[in-house]
Design a protein around this ligand. Structure first.
Ligand code: CA2
Length: 144
């Protein structure tokens, strides 16, 4: 199982700012991930929350349920959350940081990533394809 965890405001994807985030909704992305996961012999569990603690709980759940990998787009919590940094450090499950945009080409407050400091790796800047590329990396980590 691959957990695909999404943070604040990503429920609004596809409705605003398509120039930055693309026009796919999170449901569209989930559908593409499910299709590719099937081909790879994986399953995905795609979730979204606007609440930091839910993301922390789900990281713990990933470990407890022996998920193979977590893909994490923590939204703006990426740049603020020591709780997410600690949670990623606290679990053995590898976490791949995912972003639609490339935060390094944007405002300086997006250049620091607490998630990236703890994650196995980062894929950013490819729009919805960032998630698909991260799933390919997850398949290699899961050795399927
Ligand atoms: O590029 C990404 O995936 C981000 O994680 C998106 C976050 C942003 O704070 C990060 O720096 C980079 C913001 C998600 C906001 O999503 C929206 C969706 C539709 C309309 C407006 C915002």
């Amino acid at each position: 199982m691959v957990f695909v965890l999404n943070g604040p405001n990503l429920n609004l994807l596809g409705t605003r700012e398509p120039a930055i985030y693309g026009s796919d909704t999170l449901d569209d992305i989930a559908g593409r991930l499910e299709d590719r996961a099937r081909d790879l012999g994986l399953e995905v569990d795609v979730r979204q929350s606007n609440h930091e603690g839910h993301l922390v709980d789900w990281l713990h759940e990933a470990q407890a349920s022996e998920a193979a990998v977590v893909l994490l787009n923590a939204g703006a919590f990426t740049h603020t959350s020591i709780a997410l940094y600690d949670a990623i450090k606290a679990i053995r499950t590898p976490v791949i940081e995912v972003h639609l945009s490339n935060p390094h080409t944007r405002e300086t407050f997006r250049h620091r990533s607490y998630v990236g400091m703890a994650a196995k790796g980062t894929i950013a800047g490819f729009g919805a394809d960032s998630y698909l590329l991260a799933l390919e990396a997850a398949a290699k980590l899961a050795k399927v």
